[in-house]
Design a protein around this ligand. Structure first.
Ligand SMILES: NC(=O)c1ccc[n+]([C@@H]2O[C@H](COP(=O)([O-])OP(=O)(O)OC[C@H]3O[C@@H](n4cnc5c(N)ncnc54)[C@H](O)[C@@H]3O)[C@@H](O)[C@H]2O)c1
Length: 380
């Protein structure tokens, strides 16, 4: 069996590659990346708080540590020839598509970044879809990572992927993908339209993971050796809120909560992200187009800040919550509710709680406070 994993150098891609490699030793895992995430973070004058090795060093160390079935090719998926050649040369059984420009603030910062994000994310996926159509195996399983952000903030409980629409008493079930709050999210909605079309007209089997906000510093595999670390960003553009709060607290910086802090968002730990994605390798698909809401907890922003501050204070730090005016346009008192029954069945294990995992993040960051201090400016 051959697996393609796009975005292998990324925060999620690298631990996922290790997770699949460990469980499916007889599979060949080919990772592709153009290393652009490293470039974007540098461009924002930020850095990963946890040091990471170059991609070639990662693969070398991983092989020494027993992950022998991992391979890496550098390349840009927006390049049609490169993408076609990949599928011409390798008969993949499964594709995990993670490559993307994944930051909403970065995409929304100016017109060139919005244009770039659209081109990068949507052209990459279209190239892959057409390459599959031309050279792909008949029964290929395509696993996409989109985001729960495509749902926006509707006034109803968010279902897993589809809504019932009724007009003049006649109803239909249609994909629900279209209320995203940034041009990054819009690229994911566009991807979902393209995937649904490929499913309808070519019969391509698709699983879409609506990934929620992922937090955490380690998985069972990354903690085997520091050479296997995954990145941990804490800057305004690339750091997710929970990671940013942890970074703030270990340098005794105030934890800045926007607005009333009552806004709720869906979250998942990096460990549960990897476990559930690895489970998809042997998952028997029930429908040609399936969606999972990949989330385990709905958390309020102020609650996250308070808990992190409390956990950090228990180990000697002095950070406290500071409420600041919300610079974002969002429904602050929105009561976010999201169905995830199908996802919890897929996960098969007890979800990891934010409360316990945040203590582990703080511990991992303690030895890297110098790096965070150096880039303190980028925290706000
Ligand atoms: N991390 C999260 O909280 C989160 C939440 C929801 C969805 N997602 C989605 O999960 C996926 C992975 O996210 P991540 O946090 O690991 O992001 P990441 O930026 O760390 O990883 C994406 C990788 O894709 C690579 N890449 C981007 N464009 C490419 C191209 N044209 N050709 C080849 N490689 C390219 C980047 O260099 C990077 O290494 C993304 O699709 C993201 O939108 C992530």
């Amino acid at each position: 069996m051959k697996i393609l994993l796009t975005g292998i150098d990324g925060y999620l891609g690298w631990p996922l590659a290790l997770g699949i490699s460990k469980k499916f030793k007889h599979f060949k895992i080919i990772g592709v990346d153009n290393l652009s995430r490293r470039k974007w973070v540098k461009e924002c004058k930020a850095t990963s708080a946890i040091p990471i090795k170059s991609m070639s060093q990662r693969i070398k160390s991983a092989k020494k540590l027993g992950f022998k079935n991992l391979f890496f090719f550098k390349g840009d998926l927006t390049n049609t020839k490169f993408t076609e050649n990949l599928f011409k040369k390798h008969k993949f059984d499964i594709v995990f598509h993670l490559a993307a420009q994944p930051s909403a603030p970065y995409a929304n910062s100016d017109v060139s970044k919005a244009n770039f994000t659209l081109l990068n994310n949507n052209i990459s996926l279209l190239n892959i879809l057409w390459a599959i159509k031309k050279y792909g195996k008949k029964n290929l399983k395509f696993i996409n990572t989109s985001t729960t952000g495509v749902y926006g903030q509707p006034n109803f409980e968010i279902p897993e992927g589809f809504v019932k629409a009724t007009n003049k008493k006649i109803s239909d079930i249609i994909p629900f993908t279209n209320l995203g709050g940034s041009w990054y999210h819009i690229t994911k909605s566009n991807d979902l339209n393209n995937l649904h079309l490929a499913n309808r007209i070519w019969g391509l089997k698709i699983i879409d993971m609506r990934t929620s906000i992922v937090y955490g510093t380690e998985t069972r595999e990354t903690k085997i050796h520091p050479d296997l670390n995954t990145r941990f960003d804490f800057d305004f553009n690339f750091g997710v809120v929970l990671n940013r709060f942890c970074a703030m607290s270990v340098i005794n910086h105030d934890i800045t909560v926007y607005g009333k802090g009552i806004l709720k968002r869906p979250f998942i730990s990096l460990k549960d992200f990897v476990i559930s994605m690895v489970n998809l390798v042997s998952y028997k698909q029930k429908k040609p187009f399936e969606v999972f809401n990949q989330t385990t907890e709905m958390l309020g922003i102020k609650y996250i800040g308070k808990t992190i501050s409390k956990n950090a204070n228990n180990i000697g730090f002095k950070s406290k919550i500071k409420m600041i005016e919300n610079p974002r346009r969002e429904k602050e008192s929105h009561n976010m509710k999201m169905e995830n029954n199908r996802f919890i069945k897929l996960l098969k294990s007890k979800p990891i709680s934010f409360f316990s995992e945040s203590k582990i993040i703080l511990k991992s960051l303690i030895s890297n406070t110098k790096t965070i201090k150096k880039f303190k400016k980028s925290l706000i």
